[in-house]
Design a protein around this ligand. Structure first.
Ligand SMILES: [Fe+2]
Ligand SMILES: [Fe+2]
Length: 320
């Protein structure tokens, strides 16, 4: 009997509480980061990148118990708020093909292996011959969140894709690529943080389903981070800090679009929105703290061992 009780109180984020207070929620965020973003995991994900250049393979997922997903598995937050964030998670990276083509265009002249990893291989007329690993992994996320949403609500989620800027060269390929990588890093950081938040507020089959795209995002974050450290050999914490604001406002934009015209934003939900922002900001920060700790392990010689001599001699000029 004791064992059954334990199973009900422990989940992938550590101790499970029906109505966690803020400190308990923080403990769950930290527990997930310790497990899924340990220095060992991040190093392992980065060291896999050179292998992906020559033998590209998408990361395997554990199977998802779709029938086991239930609204009761949302914990410590109003289901409406959880569903808003879930819907935003589905929308953030759509349309993925346009995003991967954009990355390919920025990277192909300077880092053809990385261009292939992200965007695949194209023929001279621009037709796709091979889909990139990054795109293969990313394109599973939106349908997964839609299916979870449908399982929780019985309704189909209408996804409104973002508009993609596309390839906009300025004539300075290094600078363009640098800025592009920063924007991809911030998106991966944002997705990682949002999926972590969703796992903190879920348990059981619902939480286990979200753990699959989460591990893809951590995989991308570690690979892009390490690759960028090697390619640009300079710190970009400040640029990333600036982009957190953009990510939060992107999330807000999706939420407002989704709730416009109905009464979901009543007074009690407004209070929930405030604690949501506090928790999300905490999650973003903890993820960055972990990345900075891992960053100390990434010596020049280790990065050279992984990728060879970096083709960039001069650090890029300051990004405006
Ligand atoms: Fe994603
Ligand atoms: Fe990603």
């Amino acid at each position: 009997m004791k064992t059954t009780c334990k199973v009900h109180t422990i989940d992938l984020a550590g101790n499970r509480y029906r109505n966690p207070h803020y400190l308990q929620t923080r403990a769950r965020i930290n527990s997930l980061i310790d497990h899924y973003m340990s220095v060992e995991v991040l190093s392992d994900r980065l060291s896999d990148l050179p292998e992906q250049f020559y033998n590209p393979r998408a990361r395997l997922w554990e199977s998802i118990d779709w029938q086991g997903i239930d609204r009761e598995q949302i914990i410590g937050v109003k289901p409406e708020v959880f569903l808003q964030i879930l819907a935003s998670a589905a929308e953030i990276e759509a349309p993925i093909r346009s995003y991967s083509k954009e990355s390919w265009c920025y990277l192909q002249h300077i880092y053809p292996e990385m261009a292939r990893f992200m965007g695949g291989v194209f023929d001279a007329s621009g037709n796709i011959l091979e889909i990139g690993v990054w795109e293969k992994e990313e394109r599973q996320h939106c349908p997964t969140f839609r299916k979870i949403y449908q399982q929780l609500t019985g309704e189909k989620l209408q996804v409104k894709p973002n508009s993609v800027n596309g390839f906009q060269p300025t004539g300075d390929a290094w600078q363009d690529t640098y800025k592009h990588i920063i924007s991809r890093l911030s998106t991966e950081w944002g997705a990682t943080s949002v999926y972590l938040w969703l796992m903190v507020h879920s348990t059981g089959a619902l939480q286990q389903a979200i753990a699959q795209p989460l591990q893809d995002e951590i995989n991308h974050l570690a690979k892009f981070w390490g690759f960028s450290r090697w390619a640009f050999s300079q710190s970009y914490f400040n640029q990333l800090k600036g982009s957190t604001k953009n990510l939060i406002s992107l999330l807000k934009h999706h939420q407002i679009e989704r709730t416009h015209g109905n009464d979901v934003f009543n007074a009690s939900l407004r209070i929930e929105q405030i604690s949501l922002m506090v928790e999300l900001t905490f999650t973003f920060t903890r993820v960055m703290v972990r990345l900075r700790r891992w960053n100390r392990e990434l010596s020049r010689s280790y990065l050279r061992h992984l990728f060879g001599t970096a083709p960039v001699v001069d650090a890029p000029r300051k990004v405006a």
